[in-house]
Design a protein around this ligand. Structure first.
Ligand code: SF4
Ligand code: SF4
Length: 441
């Protein structure tokens, strides 16, 4: 970083960082044992929540230069928010992290490659659902056309970096483009009508994980919900927001608020921990705009994870069964730490006849996926994943259940790395619940 760059970043820190929130940190250190990067770096304060807050405050106060060391500390954070529920002062670390990343990425000089990738992904891809469909459908074509098999057979895949190669192996089978576009605006309840809800379908969830979205809608129908799927909704903006692209995240949030506020509904249902937590926190994006802040608060109040509404509607009391299996659950950080939802997924799993539920040690600790963290901070991500797989092995479970697409892929990657794909299955919670419901009929 050159002097001009550092000066710009320093100014941006002063402008964007919430100083009251920084001051809320009493430096007690209660958050340290919950932070995966602190643990995995042998307790390096630089990679702890307290250390990161101290660096942010130091930069705002002008006593620390926003150099590569500061950037590295901020980059290494998973954004898992495990430091929030344990903080006695209620420091909202996730918000501080986003503000700091915004300040850095809007002002630091990027290489041409980095700039191009970020521009394509954050400006030209995620905000446009049609383009996400087109892009993911190319993956489907690659999988079905025989090209995937050919590249594997000829070992041409080896030209990719190891983390990309590993990720490519665990991608789900992507549906065809025309299948991805067919969603009605409204579907009726199948059992007696109890609620009218809207479904937030997301970007990856409605393309790569389309079957899990179908399962979610089905479950809602079985639970007695009429489901609206607003057509003009788009990606929640979390990947943008967490990566220092606050401006585009704000635009995406506005489009979603507009799409859902037209509908007369009880709740907005999400099925991905990361999206739900971000949607619930839209207010943070509009601190400088009272009108949009109000609209964001109104929108966010309606957000509910699928597991919460299923328990509210007593879905766990319906007959649910599966062939006998030992199951464990990997919490989605943002479902747990952002939405405080961790009882409901377990309650639903434990209500399935045939399932022996076993809690793995540190199920609440991040799996290392964290959006695109596993691609850009691959070494730390794999270190965290190895610990996670050790706990899975100790639990003896043969099914790992997840509730976020990133966690799903990361756990599959863990299983693949340990060569356990013939013994251990990774499933999305909603898919398992639908199977259990239909199996019991
Ligand atoms: S627990 Fe909260 S107040 Fe204590 S050091 Fe961590 S962030 Fe600061
Ligand atoms: S968000 Fe996660 S990785 Fe980052 S400081 Fe908090 S606990 Fe550590």
């Amino acid at each position: 970083m050159n002097t001009k760059e550092r000066a710009r970043i320093q100014e941006a820190f002063k402008e964007k960082l919430d100083y009251d929130e920084l001051m809320n940190c009493t430096r007690c250190g209660f958050c340290l044992p919950s932070c995966p990067t602190y643990i995995e770096t042998d307790e390096d304060e630089l990679h702890s929540p307290r250390g990161r807050i101290a660096l942010m405050k130091g930069v705002v106060d002008g006593v620390i230069e926003p150099n590569e060391k500061v950037k590295h500390s901020i980059d290494m954070c998973l954004g898992c928010r495990a430091c929030e529920p344990v903080c006695p002062s209620g420091v909202q670390f996730g918000n501080l992290l986003e503000q700091a990343r915004d300040a850095i990425y809007e002002n630091h000089k990027q290489s041409i490659v980095e700039k191009t990738i970020r521009k394509i992904a954050f400006k030209h891809l995620f905000p446009h659902h049609n383009r996400i469909i087109s892009t993911t459908s190319l993956i489907g074509l690659y999988q079905r056309s025989g090209l995937q098999k050919f590249l594997h057979k000829t070992k041409m895949m080896n030209i990719l970096p190891e983390n990309m190669r590993a990720m490519e192996k665990v991608l789900p089978n992507v549906p065809r483009k025309k299948e991805m576009k067919a969603r009605p605006h409204l579907v009726k309840a199948i059992s007696p009508h109890k609620k009218r809800v809207a479904f937030f379908s997301g970007c990856l969830m409605d393309t790569m994980f389309m079957e899990s979205n179908d399962a979610t809608i089905k479950l809602l129908q079985y639970a007695g919900c009429e489901v609206i799927i607003p057509k003009t909704q788009n990606c929640c903006g979390a990947l943008n927001g967490h990566s220092g692209e606050g401006k585009t995240a704000k635009m995406m949030a506005q489009a979603n608020i507009e799409a859902f506020e037209k509908e007369n509904i009880d709740y907005i249902i999400t099925n991905a921990g990361g999206c739900g937590a971000y949607l619930q926190n839209y207010e943070q994006l509009f601190q400088d705009n009272d009108e949009w802040k109000e609209r964001a608060i109104h929108f966010s109040k309606k957000i509910k994870d699928i597991t919460t509404i299923l328990v509210e509607l007593d879905f766990h009391k319906q007959p649910l069964s599966l062939p006998e299996q030992m199951v464990t659950y990997q919490d989605s950080c943002h479902l747990r730490n952002g939405q405080q939802t961790f009882v409901e997924p377990r309650k639903l799993l434990q209500s399935i006849h045939g399932v022996s539920y076993v809690e793995m040690k540190d199920a609440h600790r991040c799996c290392g996926s964290a959006g695109i963290y596993n691609l850009i901070q691959s070494e730390m991500s794999m270190q965290i994943l190895d610990y996670k797989m050790m706990q899975v092995n100790h639990s003896n479970a043969k099914t790992i259940v997840t509730s976020n697409p990133g966690c799903f892929l990361q756990m599959k990657l863990g299983v693949e790395r340990e060569k356990l794909h013939e013994e251990i299955e990774v499933v999305y919670l909603i898919d398992l619940l639908l199977q259990a419901y239909e199996h019991a009929q």
